[in-house]
Design a protein. Structure first.
Lengths: 334, 323, 281
């Protein structure tokens, strides 16, 4: 069982699959994942670039564009409502309003020819019937809430006049302006300096507590996942390969891929002459390997792994892993 | 912002000066030096003597250039050998008509082109996109003078829908009330303006479609969609606005094409503008008129570029920071 | 796979582009071979009886006001249009690339000087200058037409090439080559040229159609290559006076122009999409 509240989860994703049709065949970028986020909970979704995590975020709000499409049989339920079955107007009412999505690169996510205050106000007026004046005032309020000094004046600035950290704050302000219940944060700090990263994450924490908002933190940075999330999902080759409460994942990873990820992080308290990388490369999404998708790179793989694809197996204390080692721990090579 | 405009203005002046210089040099350097009329219309000795004196045509080149520049500053553009009138008068009558024709065509082509491009971008990957793409390609590849002839043939002669010559219906024009006169001119304006506009609209559409598609794929559009903004607002407010700057630049750069087109189209439709004057002058080797026309054209082009630069700076705040 | 092979594959998959290229090849063939079999374009076998005859078995596209065979003149005109179009485009990009290379590789002063000149030149209306020159230059040979059109059309290319060279000058692989002691010319040829080749090729191919129309416009006005030598433009000029009674005289060359320019534009669009995948939409 996941460690979330026993109430029905805020977000329940079942069997989500996203496919892209291209000249080289069909790429199954997201291939049947399940995840849940409880109210007010912070959940992490971790994986390397190209494992399908950004596509997952887009799919949740039905923002996947052709040649990609969400496969039949996928279900994304927000408070019980299936988002994939909604009409165009209804899904628009959800976007930015109940569920907000923050992208990775703040400069390109903001319209360069419009002032930032106007962009925030526009988002508010798209969902609430308020006057221009009220929307503008609330936009300024939001800017102040994300820690932008002199908000009234700054609202008239253009995106290119602000620094990277400021822009990310503006993006957050835009996303939170309508007080969503769930925030999807796709690599919110990757484009920023380390010191700014910490500030933004603190800010996010504070806002989350104030608004009682749930957050799905999508990133490849294990450090922020360790600090900020309650539960983590690990994604590889379009699938969830491990899920666990955060402390347990870092203390006792079950899946060899997770182990590899953790081992690859250089540590100050260890003396090593070489960095430990996971051998091999992520296979192309058009041709996932048979059996367990990680087997070509796994140090413990045996016959069964090459032939049979493991489901998510229960490893105890809220942890599950998609690996035959859970059933046959003796096979683990030393 | 003001400094930006001032710099662009200075540049415009420089380019006009360059046009004057280059035209002068080219015309004087081309083999078969400035002829004073064709054998049929050879100027009388008195006119020749007058022009010689005014322009110093038998003096060395640099001196001629100087005299030309001085005359220009004094507004003395010389005399037309064919029409036996001061060039300045001829131009003063003709230029407004060309501005009317060219201006109408430019506006029409902008609207048409943008509409086509928006339709194509919004319906990307559908039949509409492909069909419109073919249409714009064909119109882009058509010689404008041939299009004019075809339109004249079809709509003017065979169908008798629209008049084929002149700017007004000479017989009745003066007896019409002001609104009637305006309508009369408008009727005569349709075919020539359409010839010019259709080709340029295709050019705009082709460019704008690519620009719009690129903008629509941009991250901030996806971001806007993620905020739940309605599609129409996204297209109009975010996508088109972003594509506005290059459109304005294109419009400014299209001024030379409209001017050149007017030379061809006005003669076909008998529109009494700068183009027709230039056309006749070319055939009659009316040297003074040709150079004066090139000068006016150069000024119009420089103004067009200037206006476009300023308009772009207004539309896109990033440009104001200047190079 | 080398980027050129990749681009070739992309081009091959683009059906309209392939058709355009095939059509261009066909037109080139027609221009090359057609005139050898056609009647004399200047011949006026029967000035009175054969004047303005509609298309018939003897004259597949009819005759013109001077009783010359329109089909033959159209085929001969193709030679002029194609030679001027392709020739001027090639010459223009060569000039532009040359200036761009010099500006990009030379010191700041030379660069600034050249680019200021280009800026002013870009502001000059090309068509009007050409009109002015050819208006007073009687019976200019085709070479002059090619030369002057090229001379007024290389500015944008020089900008593109200069930008590419500037950005590549400090690129790692160039610095590495110099560190290995490769001579200047070798670096230009082996490292820089392939990178500027793509935008230059695209620019040139997109230009051909416009140049063909430009030349047609000039000869329609009776400038440049003059009658009786047939060009599509001056054939339309002849045809406009008999537009109502003998429309085929102007229609044949006009259609030829449209088909030719469409073909070049299709191929050029395809080249652009193949060489710059970001532009493909």
């Amino acid at each position: 069982m996941s460690g979330a509240a026993t109430r029905a989860p805020l977000l329940a994703v079942r069997d989500l699959a996203v496919r892209f049709t291209g000249p080289d065949g069909v790429a199954r970028a997201v291939d049947g994942i399940d995840l849940t986020v409880g109210e007010g909970e912070t959940v992490g979704l971790v994986g390397e670039s190209g494992c399908g995590k950004s596509v997952t975020a887009l799919a949740l709000l039905r923002l996947v564009e052709p040649p990609g499409h969400i496969a039949h049989g996928s279900s994304v339920r927000l408070e019980g409502r299936d988002l994939l079955a909604l009409g165009a107007k209804e899904i628009r009412a959800v976007r930015g309003n109940h569920v907000a999505l923050v992208f990775q690169d703040p400069l390109s996510a903001l319209n360069p020819v419009l002032r930032i205050g106007a962009q925030i106000a526009e988002a508010i007026r798209a969902h609430e019937a308020v006057t221009r004046g009220t929307a503008h005032w609330r936009a300024v309020e939001m800017l102040a809430a994300v820690g932008i000094p002199d908000a009234e004046r700054r609202a008239r600035a253009y995106p290119h006049q602000l620094s990277g950290g400021m822009r990310q704050r503006v993006l957050l302000a835009m996303a939170l302006a309508c007080r969503p219940q769930l925030l999807l944060a796709d690599e919110p700090t990757t484009a920023l300096d380390v010191t700014i990263q910490a500030e933004i994450l603190e800010l996010l924490d504070g806002l989350q507590q104030k608004l009682g908002m749930a957050v799905l933190l999508i990133t490849h940075n294990l450090g922020i996942v360790a600090e900020r999330t309650r539960r983590v999902y690990v994604m590889y080759a379009g699938q969830i390969v491990e899920e666990a409460p955060t402390p347990r994942l870092f203390a006792q990873p079950s899946h060899p891929y997770t182990e590899g990820l953790l081992a690859a992080v250089p540590r100050l308290d260890e003396r090593r002459t070489r960095l430990r990388a996971i051998p091999g490369q992520v296979p192309p999404a058009t041709a996932w390997p048979p059996g367990c998708r990680f087997h070509p790179r796994c140090p413990h793989a045996w016959e069964r792994c090459r032939v049979e694809e493991p489901p998510l197996l229960d490893a105890g204390a809220g942890q599950r892993a998609r690996c035959w080692l859970v059933q046959e721990p003796a096979r683990r090579k030393k | 912002m003001l400094r930006f405009v001032a710099r662009r203005l200075a540049f415009a002046v420089v380019s006009v000066a360059a046009v004057v210089l280059v035209t002068f040099l080219l015309v004087h350097a081309a083999p078969g030096a400035p002829m004073l009329g064709t054998p049929e219309t050879i100027a009388s000795p008195e006119v020749v003597a007058r022009q010689r004196a005014l322009f110093g045509l038998d003096r060395p080149l640099p001196e001629q250039l100087l005299r030309y520049a001085v005359n220009l500053a004094r507004g003395r553009l010389g005399e037309s050998f064919v029409l036996h009138r001061p060039v300045a008068d001829v131009l003063a009558e003709a230029v407004p008509n060309t501005l009317l024709l060219g201006g109408t065509a430019l506006l029409a082509s902008l609207l048409l082109g943008l509409a086509a491009a928006a339709a194509q971008a919004a319906r990307h990957h559908t039949r509409t996109d492909t069909v419109l793409g073919v249409v714009t390609l064909v119109f882009y590849s058509v010689p404008v003078f041939w299009l004019g002839l075809v339109l004249l043939l079809v709509f003017g002669e065979h169908l008798h829908w629209l008049p084929v010559a002149g700017m007004t219906s000479a017989a009745i024009h003066d007896r019409l009330p002001p609104l009637g006169r305006a309508l009369d001119v408008a009727r005569h304006l349709v075919l020539p303006a359409a010839s010019l506009a259709l080709v340029q609209a295709a050019a705009f559409a082709r460019f704008q479609r690519a620009a719009l598609l690129e903008t629509l794929a941009a991250a901030h559009i996806r971001s806007a969609r993620a905020r739940g903004l309605p599609e129409r607002a996204i297209l109009l407010r975010h996508a088109l606005r972003g594509a506005l700057a290059p459109t304005i630049t294109l419009a400014g750069l299209s001024v030379p094409y409209f001017l050149a087109g007017s030379v061809l189209i006005e003669s076909i439709f008998g529109w009494p503008g700068l183009g027709r004057v230039t056309y006749d002058a070319i055939f009659a080797r009316d040297y003074n008129v040709i150079t004066a026309a090139a000068l006016v054209a150069g000024v119009l082009v420089a103004l067009g570029n200037l206006a476009a630069d300023v308009a772009v700076a207004v539309a896109d705040p990033r440009i104001r920071v200047d190079r | 796979m080398s980027p050129w092979r990749l681009a070739a594959r992309r081009f091959a998959r683009n059906r309209p582009a392939v058709r355009g290229a095939a059509l261009v090849a066909l037109l080139a063939l027609a221009a090359l071979v057609g005139p050898l079999f056609a009647a004399d374009p200047l011949a006026q076998p029967d000035p009175v009886r054969l004047q303005d005859r509609p298309p018939s078995a003897d004259h597949l596209m009819g005759t013109d006001p001077f009783s010359r065979d329109v089909l033959s003149r159209t085929l001969h005109g193709a030679r002029v249009s194609l030679v001027v179009g392709v020739g001027a485009a090639l010459l223009a990009v060569t000039l532009g690339a040359g200036v761009g290379l010099v500006a990009g590789l030379a010191g700041r002063r030379t660069d600034q000087l050249l680019m200021r000149g280009v800026d002013v030149a870009l502001a000059l209306p090309r068509i009007l200058l050409l009109l002015a020159v050819f208006a007073v230059w009687d019976n200019a040979p085709a070479a002059a037409v090619v030369g002057l059109i090229a001379a007024t059309g290389w500015f944008q290319t020089s900008r593109i090439v200069r930008a590419a060279v500037l950005s590549l000058r400090e690129a790692d692989f160039v610095v590495a080559a110099r560190a290995l002691g490769e001579p200047g010319w070798g670096i230009v040829r082996r490292h820089l040229l392939p990178h500027v080749a793509a935008p230059v090729i695209v620019s040139a191919s997109l230009d051909v159609g416009n140049i063909i129309l430009l030349e047609a416009g000039l000869s329609y006005l009776g400038l440049g290559v003059r009658p009786p030598t047939p060009t599509w433009g001056n054939m339309i000029m002849d045809g406009k006076d008999v537009l109502l009674s003998a429309p085929w005289v102007a229609l044949a060359p006009g259609l030829a122009l449209v088909v030719t320019v469409v073909a070049f534009n299709l191929a050029a669009d395809g080249l652009r999409d193949a060489l710059d995948p970001r532009a493909a939409a």
